[in-house]
Design a protein around this ligand. Structure first.
Ligand code: MOS
Length: 717
């Protein structure tokens, strides 16, 4: 037994830079990821995906494959366990039936899982999976995404599909300056470094799943519902995660592993290949967006319309809500927005870093740049003139909106003053030079979580929370938050995460993870501190305090609560090859209190790099005849690599959420918002040509007249 101390720290840990507490384990290989943790008697699964884009499975010729070396079973729609998917998850969403493997013979898209081969080794499983013959009854498919599909319909998703205020036609007609433009973004993929992988085993009547995911209690609760199990008999662990970006919820790999472990009564591991991830892990839908703006001659908006069309599959409804960003950024007397989808024979899209805001901000912020040009108003000044004093659609006050401070600080540091607004004038050898800017915003919410903090007999503290560190530094941030709340030093705090046995917690998503978990950790730690009498003793089992933030989070005042940012880019465009290079980029953000400047900067810079990638490189191409991807790998799908990224700087202005106990808002997604628009606007400033179709590929730069509606992989005409 030790005596408690009433330590106080004169220097808070929150706000100071710390390397990741698990960093050494990660760089030395001591940190184990889901696909590499050893289990005795482990069997290995390999998924077989459909080669047709629409039809029915006629037969699965599993006989010959079952006689191959090491093969233990072949699961398919004819023999797989039944699962239930008729429920609403803890996030308020219905599960995508794509994860409910082998429940029927229908094939709704190319790359649909049709069988799972399980063998003693991964090599045997793979060989058998590639040998397995599946016969299909093929039906005509439609994967062509164009902007004028007759079957498109509005979808709510997590926000209303349509908002309408004022008479749009009248206000447009009365406007001195009108812009009407269509923007497209292509299908984009998350491609986290670590593929999706899970091991499932039954242990003493309990299902254990070791997985790579963004929320262990989320995956636990969905698997329990799918397999009709008591949630307490399912444990999901996910200690280290090599990226997720929205793609790591319940997917085919966990369900397949659980099915096989149940049938075989032994541990089964299932890892997706990179190629399989292109059809099984979700993606960002392509979009066709139309923006109509009407303004006075001085750039003050009178009419704003932003509509977005995205795709979903025939089995599940998911909307990329790109028109949502206009609802919080800019007001106008007439203000119309709408998110619509069209169902095609493609995999279901999903959340991907800044879902809605990423493509939506590209269209809206590019349109504002075009409006600034038409009005002869500086693009930053145009935005300052259109700062709303309340939520344009909600009418609610803003909690804290420090966008103007971001632009002022950004303009100063980037050197915006004195910029010649005329395009196509600056040259450096064969390179045309230009600069661009764009605004950013992302919701700053919180969600209920539970945490436990234990004062150990040795004088240290253990925090337990089912948080997920998907590479963000969340574990380190929570260590700092706990240290301050406990008035101790961070080396006396160990944070354990990624285990559903720790109780319900928010997922790593919506830029709400660290904020939601920090709230629960702070509450439990403060409670514990009060219970530790100075000079009192601690029993061998320690003293534990628990928190549940449901009530506190539920009592948050209803305000428009967002992070903001100002993005700046300087580009060089090679007039001979059409190559665009981003020479430097600066993002200044107002994203609440920054817990760990080191990892927060990583997050913001990572988002901005994603914006460069989105503007210039990323594009998944789908063959219309096959209905499947062309080049579904990291050679065929290029995203910004080291050579594409030079100087990217992120910093922030003082900004604290007054309603959050730690002052946090969240930095997960804001970095990508507006980043592609800043690059695209800079390309216009360099060349005088507006690129309204992403990515701004060299061939499009050289021949902008050839760019037609090319979203969804349609070849340029
Ligand atoms: Mo993020 S797209 O909410 O994982």
């Amino acid at each position: 037994m030790t005596t408690t101390t009433a330590a106080t720290t004169a220097h808070p840990a929150v706000g100071t830079a710390h390397t990741r507490v698990e960093g050494r384990d990660k760089v030395t290989g001591a940190a184990r990821y889901a696909g590499e943790i050893p289990f005795a008697g482990l069997a290995h699964g390999w998924l077989v995906l459909s080669t047709v884009a629409r039809g029915r499975i006629r037969s699965v010729e599993d006989g010959p494959v079952l006689r191959m070396p090491g093969v233990l079973t072949v699961l398919h729609h004819g023999n797989a366990p039944r699962v239930d998917i008729d429920f609403v998850s803890m996030l308020g969403t219905r599960p995508d039936p794509t994860a409910a493997l082998f429940q029927h013979d229908r094939v709704p898209h190319a790359g649909w899982p049709v069988a799972l081969v399980v063998a003693e080794t991964p090599e045997q499983a793979r060989e058998a999976a590639e040998t397995l013959v599946v016969h299909y009854e093929q039906q005509p498919h439609d994967v062509a995404f164009t902007g004028d599909h007759p079957d498109a319909y509005p979808v709510d998703g997590h926000m209303p599909a349509v908002t309408e205020k004022g008479d749009l036609a009248a206000r447009l007609a009365a406007s001195a300056v009108v812009l009407d433009a269509e923007y497209t973004t292509p299908e984009e993929h998350h491609n986290p470094m670590e593929p999706h992988g899970a091991t499932a085993l039954w242990d003493g009547g309990r299902l254990e799943v070791v997985d790579s995911n963004q929320g262990t209690t989320w995956v636990q609760s969905e698997l329990a519902q799918m397999f009709s199990l008591d949630p307490s008999s399912v444990r999901v662990r996910s200690e280290h995660v090599g990226g997720g970006f929205g793609s790591k919820g319940v997917r085919a790999h966990q369900v397949g592993a659980v099915m096989a472990a149940t049938v075989l009564r032994r541990p089964v591991r299932l890892v997706m290949t990179r190629r399989q991830m292109f059809s099984l892990a979700g993606y960002r839908s392509p979009t066709v967006q139309r923006v109509r703006l009407g303004a006075d001659a001085d750039g003050r908006l009178r009419a704003l319309e932003h509509t977005s069309l995205s795709v979903t599959s025939t089995v599940h409804e998911f909307v990329e809500p790109s028109a949502g960003v206009a609802r919080v950024m800019y007001d106008a007397d007439a203000h119309h927005t709408a998110n619509r989808v069209v169902r095609l024979d493609v995999p279901t899209p999903t959340w991907m870093r800044a879902p809605g805001e990423a493509p939506g901000s590209y269209a809206l912020e590019a349109a504002l740049d075009e409006l600034a040009e038409k009005c002869g108003v500086d693009p930053i000044e145009l935005r300052l003139r259109n700062e709303p004093d309340k939520g344009p659609v909600s009418g609610l006050p803003f909690g804290s909106r420090n966008l103007v401070a971001c632009f002022r600080e950004g303009a100063r540091r980037f050197g915006w003053a004195g910029r010649d607004p005329r395009p196509g004038l600056r040259r450096d050898g064969r390179w045309l030079l230009g600069t661009g800017t764009a605004a950013a915003s992302f919701g700053a919410g919180a969600a209920p979580s539970t945490a436990a903090v234990t004062a150990e007999a040795d004088g240290t503290f253990t925090v337990r929370i089912a948080a997920a560190d998907i590479g963000t530094g969340a574990r380190t941030a929570l260590t700092l938050v706990a240290a301050d709340a406990l008035a101790t030093t961070r080396d006396r705090v160990r944070v354990r995460i990624g285990d559903s046995d720790f109780g319900p917690a928010m997922i790593a998503g919506g830029s709400m993870g660290t904020r939601s978990w920090a709230w629960a950790v702070d509450a439990a730690a403060r409670d514990l501190r009060e219970r530790l009498a100075p000079g009192g003793t601690i029993p061998p089992e320690g003293i534990t305090a628990r928190s549940d933030t449901s009530a506190a989070v539920g009592a948050l005042p209803p305000v428009e609560r967002h992070s903001y940012g100002a993005q700046f880019a300087e580009v060089a465009v090679d007039v001979t090859t059409g190559e665009v290079r981003v020479r430097r980029m600066l993002g200044i953000f107002a994203a609440g209190r920054i817990v760990n400047p080191l990892t927060a900067r990583n997050q913001l810079v990572g988002g901005m790099i994603w914006g460069i990638s989105m503007a210039l490189h990323e594009e998944a191409v789908r063959d219309r005849d096959l209905g499947a991807h062309v080049g579904a790998d990291l050679a065929g799908y290029h995203f910004a690599a080291h050579a594409d990224v030079t100087r990217v700087e992120a910093d922030w202005v003082d900004d604290v959420d007054p309603d959050d106990p730690v002052g946090i808002k969240g930095v997960g997604e804001i970095g990508v918002v507006g980043a592609a628009a800043a690059v695209a606007n800079a390309v216009w400033h360099a060349t005088g040509i507006r690129h309204r179709n992403l990515p701004i590929r060299p061939d499009r730069v050289l021949r902008p007249d050839r760019v037609l509606r090319a979203a969804g992989g349609a070849p340029d005409a």
